[in-house]
Design a protein around this ligand. Structure first.
Ligand code: GLP
Length: 266
């Protein structure tokens, strides 16, 4: 794992957007895995800003969502399909149909899960997967004790996740109980992973993912098996890391673009 610690939450978005933009410049037809939630919003807005400024053309991207709430139609305002339309498809100028979201309002959910896997495979696999992390260490909606080799499937949301996500709904009871989510095995197949985390409330999950054992109780710890996983953290999200010397930046660019970022440790 490469762990990059930047001073502020805003720096996380800028740094991670640099990584995504560099990939798009290299390969405009990049297949991008797009997380939802608050963590990646800074990335998407920075990419949109660069598009508006004419320094980036993201319009050839194909995007795949990690997950969706069971029972929410794509036009439901709290669906991840709606989120991705608002934060990714429109601001980045993607034609309709270029952001694939698991179809979790269908009745045949197992078929919908399988079709999401097949669509990813048909696109040639995910080149760069953006991830956030839940306070309980989930990635996508792979809650603790998810199988480390799991595939896209129906899964139950934990009480903690429903409480965490209640801010987007009318309280925890209004949060759907189930989701369709890419599995941990699916996520591990992406060629590159970029996980972003900001704030102290993510610090314990980040420490478990980076320094804990690889264990289903912290699903993000499975990224220790990924050959190209980069975590971009602000100081608060990094505050529970103890192996300080191992967590100085090993940035992709190493050019000091983000103020306060140290030189690579090696
Ligand atoms: C959500 C999503 C995850 C996201 C995580 C953190 O429930 N399913 O993909 O990374 O929880 O959310 P946030 O970034 O809002 O803290």
């Amino acid at each position: 794992m490469d762990v990059v610690i930047v001073p502020t939450a805003a720096d996380v978005g800028t740094y991670a957007a640099d990584v995504v933009a560099a990939r798009i410049a290299q390969e405009p037809r990049t297949v991008l895995g797009v997380a939802t939630g608050s963590s990646p919003v800074g990335i998407y807005r920075e990419l949109a800003r660069r598009r508006a400024a004419g320094s980036l053309d993201p319009t050839h991207l194909t995007c795949f969502a990690l997950d969706e709430y069971v029972g929410l139609a794509p036009d439901h305002p709290r669906s991840y399909a709606a989120y991705l339309d608002q934060e990714v498809a429109r601001p980045l100028g993607l034609p309709s149909g270029r952001v694939w979201v698991p179809e979790a309002s269908r009745t045949d959910l197992e078929a919908a899960a399988e079709e999401h896997e097949q669509a990813i495979a048909a696109a040639g696999g995910i080149d760069l997967q953006i991830l956030g992390i839940g306070t309980n260490g989930h990635i996508g909606f792979n809650e603790p004790i998810s199988a480390l080799s799991s595939r896209t499937r129906v899964a139950a949301l934990s009480a903690q996740t429903r409480t965490d996500n209640a801010r987007s709904f009318d309280g925890p009871d209004a949060v759907p109980t189930h989701c369709l989510t890419q599995g941990l095995g699916t996520i591990l197949e992406s060629r590159r992973v970029l996980l972003v985390a900001q704030g102290e409330r993510k610090a314990a999950a980040v420490a478990a993912a980076v320094e804990g054992p690889v264990a289903a109780r912290c699903p993000a710890s499975v990224l220790q098996f990924h050959p190209r996983a980069t975590l971009v953290l602000d100081e608060a999200a990094a505050s529970a890391l103890t192996l300080e010397n191992h967590h100085r930046p090993v940035p992709d660019r190493g050019d000091g673009a983000v103020p306060g970022v140290s030189a690579p440790a090696s």
